[in-house]
Design a protein around this ligand. Structure first.
Ligand SMILES: Nc1ncnc2c1ncn2[C@@H]1O[C@H](COP(=O)(O)OP(=O)(O)OP(=O)(O)O)[C@@H](O)[C@H]1O
Ligand SMILES: [Mg+2]
Length: 261
């Protein structure tokens, strides 16, 4: 693993939606094994930037570079083929399918019926899904459970398992803990910490500063579609980051006053 080349870089990204400028000249980079927190007020451009990194939207201007190589993504599949996976806020899981089916959806092992017709090889999928969940230390009763039977935290874990099942290098998570109970939040955050030890880079969007300060190595703030400030976690604090979210670089805003958590 090359630890000096960023896994992914965005340089000078602009994005317009009609007359709306969602992003202006935004830069971002992510190193192997790094967890980067992205914060900003509603409408700051966080999700739009992530959707560009994940191949869902093309940038209006600017460059994406994956492991030193300029890339152009025409679809999320292009990004996925480069090892960039996004866990969407709504998770995009199929509730009526089993855990293993969700993990491999569209990428199943197949075998050939009568040597010709490809059919899904359920046993191979279930075995591999089981091994993958164990590797990530995700606990479920059985991979044969339907996703609709799972708790919010377990669903989030399955979505992360899906994102990491195929050699992902970068996992982008947009508000993964927003809908979770406190106990489940910790599990998801610990799972993110585990990914880091596998050399995966994680970008975490969260409005919850507790999450950011628990799991991230570095935090960057967007404000009105622009880079506003960033720092390694050890060189900033909650009040300063709250200030950034409000568009304030001095350390005057107080957590209690703004009641952000
Ligand atoms: N598909 C779209 N069409 C038109 N405008 C859009 C679209 N997606 C985002 N925008 C606009 O771009 C800006 C940035 O939106 P974005 O969703 O990236 O913000 P965000 O930082 O993720 O906010 P939040 O914290 O509320 O999720 C907003 O002004 C939004 O209205
Ligand atoms: Mg968003």
């Amino acid at each position: 693993m090359n630890t000096t080349t960023p896994l992914i870089e965005a340089r000078g990204i602009n994005k317009h939606f009609g007359a709306v400028t969602a992003l202006e000249d935004v830069n971002l980079s992510l190193m192997p094994g790094e967890v980067l927190g992205v914060v900003g007020d509603n409408g700051a451009g966080k999700s739009t930037l992530m959707k560009i990194l994940a191949g869902l939207y093309p940038p209006s201007r600017g460059q994406l570079i994956v492991q030193g190589q300029p890339v152009h993504f025409s679809s999320p599949k292009d990004a996925r083929d480069r090892g960039i996976e996004m866990v969407y806020q709504d998770l995009a899981l199929a509730g009526n399918l089993r855990i293993d089916e969700n993990i491999f959806l569209g990428r199943e092992h197949t075998r050939r019926l009568l040597g010709v017709v490809p059919i899904v090889h359920h046993q191979a999928n279930m075995k591999q899904a089981q091994e993958h969940l164990e590797r990530l230390r995700i606990q479920v009763k059985s991979v044969g459970q339907r996703v609709e039977e799972l708790s919010g935290g377990q669903r989030q874990a399955v979505a992360i398992a899906r994102a990491t099942a195929f050699d992902a290098k970068v996992i982008i998570m947009d508000e993964p803990t927003a809908a979770l109970a406190i106990k489940e939040v910790r599990k998801v955050l610990d799972l993110i910490k585990d990914l880091r030890t596998h050399g995966i880079g994680v970008i975490l969007i969260s409005h919850r500063l507790d999450d950011i300060f628990y799991v991230c190595d570095r935090v960057m703030a967007l404000f009105h579609g622009r880079n506003f400030a960033e720092a390694p976690l050890g060189r900033t604090d909650r009040n300063e980051v709250i200030g950034w979210i409000m568009g304030n670089r001095s350390q005057t805003a107080s957590a209690q006053e703004l009641d952000l958590n």
